[in-house]
Structure formats: structure tokens, C-alpha cells
Write a protein that binds this ligand. Structure first.
Ligand code: 5AD
Ligand code: SF4
Length: 436
């Protein structure tokens, strides 16, 4: 009987991409996909960014261990990199621990069991089988990994190592294969994708090359550090038609004092000036961000600055987190750790402000027309959900439409997390008001 596998993904989109590649690798080895309750091999592709994310690894191992026929368990991803052999010491049911830079060696590891958290000299991407043609209509493409920024709260520079960019030629070839397989949208991924560099090719150069592929309708990239928002990248937002008007540009805090303690290398004002330049290049650009509340030493006044910057920027959406002290990071041993109940209260207040902004952003879209890339079924029969250029979820009722279609709709109603889109028919008059 054919052996089966299942990959469960935690954390960021880079893990989603790695999970796809791990699936392709195992299928090339003869494994067939299966559910988590029956697969012979279960890969947990883990996240280490906050304590709660890391702990999920162990609760999942516990659950798998007691399955009627226990599977072979692989812990991959950032917990694997950070904790290595300690994982097997703590959870002996785990057979294999493999880091994010070594998963191309998974077939050999499955034969022997054991731990591989090396950052090997041979690039894993060269050793992996080619992309299969089923990566979907909105595909991810990891172009850069690792981070050299050393924000004082963050484990990424330790778990993922320094910034490494993949060769532009290989990326254009992979993007071409994704488009040939039906991808209409590609999102370029990196821990710091705007630090991408291959010789003379910057991320803006890479964007221009991939944007030129016939058949590609949409291009996005994430995630970015404000320090690396170079002039050519900002210019690309105004010039490259398929580059979508959306940018995830985390600021983390609105207080320059806290930003300094975070080692962010930007201030509140320098961040806002970058947004001014982006809006000058692309007036309709939607912004998204990440925020941490309760960083050590954060006062009520610092936190008020964070709420103020959220309202000032008017984020289309944003992610916010309570500070979580991570082992080995400088901030973990700073004085002035903020009590949990204060973090809870700040998080609630910040999320309310972010929700207000998202609703205001969605309401401002009502009455405009845009294309929606349908990517999943909706709750009611005949409903499909897709993304607007500004990454809003749009619910469309159109019995003729299929997942993967790019359909023009009029946006007629706004909720905090979604919009209603009515398909445009050929007889509809053109809208006079363009999306702003
Ligand atoms: N605690 C809380 N949030 C964190 N992030 C990164 N490290 C931590 C931490 N130790 C958040 C940042 C980052 C996002 C991916 O996760 O906001 O941008
Ligand atoms: Fe972590 Fe900062 Fe690097 Fe982002 S830029 S991955 S927050 S160290």
C-alpha cells in the first residue's frame, strides 16, 4: 500500500510555501496526501515567533501520539530550528526534527530518524523537485529568507539565519511555471523581501521581470522592513501595472522611544514620510501593519502614540500582538516587563482602533468597481469569496463564476472584514467614480 503524508502549517506564509514544497518532495518520493488522522507521516511545520505559537507544536504532538495508529511525526520549521534535539528529549514520540534550511533532506531523515538543523551549503531549492502545476490561482513564491535586522524582540534572525536571496533567474523560471499552471496572482515572500538582492537585481528589478510574464494578472510581495523601502521599489508601485496597490509595512509601535528600544532603525516620523512617498507614487495604496503592545518599558503615553499612528495612517488592516519574551532575544532580559493584564487591555484598545480603520477603509470602497480574484466558496450556495486589489475579502453571488476567475464587480456594501460585490454585466454603464 502507498505510504501517506500530511503537512500541518503554523505561522507565516513562508511556512505555507515550505509546506507546499515539502508536499511536492514527499509526493516525488511516492507518498500520497492524506488527512491528519490517517496519514502515515505527519509533518508539523512550526512557528516560533511567540510562545503560544511554539507551544502548539507540543500539544499537536501529544494528540498525534495517542492516535489509534500513531504516525511517524516530523517537526519542521522554526521550532525545529530553535529547539533541535530538545524536542525529542521533551517529546520522544517525535521521529524527525528538520530545520527550514534542511527539509530537502527529509526523505533520507525519514529512513533513519533524527535531527537536522544545519544550514547546509547546498541550497535546498536546487535539491527540491520542480514545482508541480497545481499551486493554485494565487501562488506564493519565496524569494528571500532570513533577516539581519535583529529587532530586539524577534527570534527570526536566530531561527532563520541571515538574509539570503535566491537567484533571479531561478525565480523568474519558477514564476513562469506557476503561471503556466494557472496562477493569476503571485505573492513574493521573504522575511524581508525588500532586502532582496541578486547582483544588480533588487526586489524592484525582480518585480519588473516577473510582472512582464504574460498571463500574470497580479503581483504582491510581503513582508517588508521600512528601512529597505528603496526609491526604485517605491517608484515601481507607481509604474508596474500588475503590482497591486497594497503594502504590508510593519511599524510595530508609534512611539519613537519604543522603536529605538526595539532596534527598528526608523522613527515614527521617518516611517510616516515613507508612507507619504508611497502615496505620492500610488495614491490608492492600501496599508497594512504589525504592532506589538506591552514591549518592555512601554508606558501609557507610548501606547497612546501607537493608537494615534493607527488612526493617522488609516490602515486597511493590521495585525497586533502582545509582546512575548523569546528566549535568547535581547528584549527578554530588559527591565520594565509589562504585566499581562496591562497587555490585554492595550491589545483590546488597539484592536478596536484597527477595526474602526478597516471598516472606514471598506466603507470608502463602496460605490467603486474592481476585479476580484475568486479563491474560495462562500457560506451560502452560489456565493464565492475573493480578494480585491486592496486585499479585501469580497463576497460575490454569481452562479456562472468559478474559483480562479477574475471577475469585475461593483462594491455595494461594507462590513468590518468583508465587502459585497455585485458582478458587472455588459449592460451596466461604466462607473464615473474610480476607486480612490
Ligand atoms: N512578541 C510579540 N510579537 C512578535 N512579533 C515578532 N516577535 C514577537 C514577539 N516576541 C510580531 C511582529 C512581527 C510579526 C510577524 O510578529 O509584529 O512583525
Ligand atoms: Fe524579526 Fe525585525 Fe527581522 Fe522582522 S525585521 S524578521 S521583526 S528581526
Amino acid at each position: 500500500m502507498t505510504a501517506t503524508y500530511h503537512v500541518k502549517t503554523f505561522g507565516c506564509q513562508m511556512n505555507v510555501y515550505d509546506s507546499e514544497r515539502i508536499g511536492e518532495l514527499l509526493e516525488a518520493e511516492g507518498y500520497a496526501p492524506a488527512g491528519i488522522d490517517t496519514a502515515d507521516v505527519v509533518v508539523l511545520n512550526t512557528c516560533h515567533i511567540r510562545e503560544r505559537a511554539a507551544e502548539k507544536t507540543y500539544s499537536d504532538v501529544g494528540r498525534l501520539r495517542t492516535r489509534p495508529a500513531a504516525p511517524r511525526i516530523v517537526v519542521a520549521g522554526c521550532v525545529a530550528q530553535a529547539e533541535g534535539a530538545e524536542i525529542i528529549a521533551r517529546a520522544p514520540a517525535v521521529d524527525v526534527v528538520v530545520g527550514p534550511n534542511a527539509y530537502h533532506r527529509l526523505p533520507a531523515l525519514l529512513a533513519t530518524g533524527g535531527v537536522d538543523t544545519e544550514m547546509p551549503p547546498e541550497p535546498k531549492f536546487d535539491a527540491l523537485p520542480p514545482r508541480r502545476a497545481t499551486a493554485g490561482h494565487a501562488a506564493f513564491l519565496t524569494v528571500q529568507e532570513g533577516c539581519d535586522k535583529f529587532c530586539t524582540f524577534c527570534v527570526v534572525p536566530y531561527t532563520r539565519g541571515g538574509e539570503v536571496s535566491r537567484p533571479a533567474e531561478a525565480l523568474v523560471a519558477e514564476a513562469r511555471a506557476l503561471v503556466a499552471g494557472g496562477a493569476k496572482e503571485i505573492t513574493l515572500l521573504g522575511q524581508n523581501v525588500n532586502a532582496y538582492r541578486d547582483g544588480e537585481v533588487t526586489v524592484a528589478g525582480l518585480i519588473r521581470r516577473i510582472a512582464a510574464l504574460p498571463g500574470l494578472a497580479r503581483l504582491r510581495y510581503t513582508t517588508s522592513h521600512p528601512r529597505d523601502m528603496a526609491d526604485d521599489l517605491i517608484a515601481a508601485h507607481g509604474e508596474v501595472e500588475v503590482l497591486m496597490p497594497y503594502l504590508h509595512l510593519p511599524v510595530q509601535s508609534g512611539s519613537t522611544r519604543v522603536l529605538k528600544a526595539m532596534n527598528r532603525a526608523h522613527t515614527r516620523d521617518s516611517y510616516l514620510r515613507i508612507l507619504d512617498r508611497l502615496r505620492a507614487a500610488r495614491p490608492d495604496i492600501a496599508l497594512s501593519g504589525d504592532f506589538i503592545v506591552g514591549f518592555p518599558g512601554e508606558t501609557d503615553a507610548d501606547f497612546a502614540e501607537t493608537v494615534r499612528i493607527v488612526r493617522e495612517v488609516g490602515y486597511a488592516q493590521a495585525y497586533s500582538f502582545k509582546y512575548s519574551a523569546r528566549p535568547g532575544t535581547p528584549a527578554a532580559s530588559l527591565p520594565g516587563q509589562v504585566p499581562e493584564d496591562v497587555k490585554d487591555a492595550r491589545l483590546a484598545e488597539l484592536q478596536a482602533a484597527i477595526g474602526d480603520c478597516a471598516l472606514a477603509f471598506n466603507r470608502a470602497s463602496v460605490g467603486t468597481r474592481c476585479d476580484v480574484l475568486l479563491d474560495r466558496p462562500g457560506r451560502r450556495p452560489g456565493q464565492l469569496i475573493g480578494k480585491s486589489p486592496w486585499l479585501q475579502s469580497v463576497v460575490v453571488t454569481d452562479p456562472a463564476a468559478r474559483i480562479g476567475d477574475l471577475v469585475p464587480v461593483d462594491l455595494t456594501d461594507a462590513q468590518p472584514n468583508s465587502l459585497t460585490g455585485v458582478p458587472v454585466t455588459r449592460t451596466d454603464p461604466p462607473l464615473t467614480r474610480a476607486a480612490a
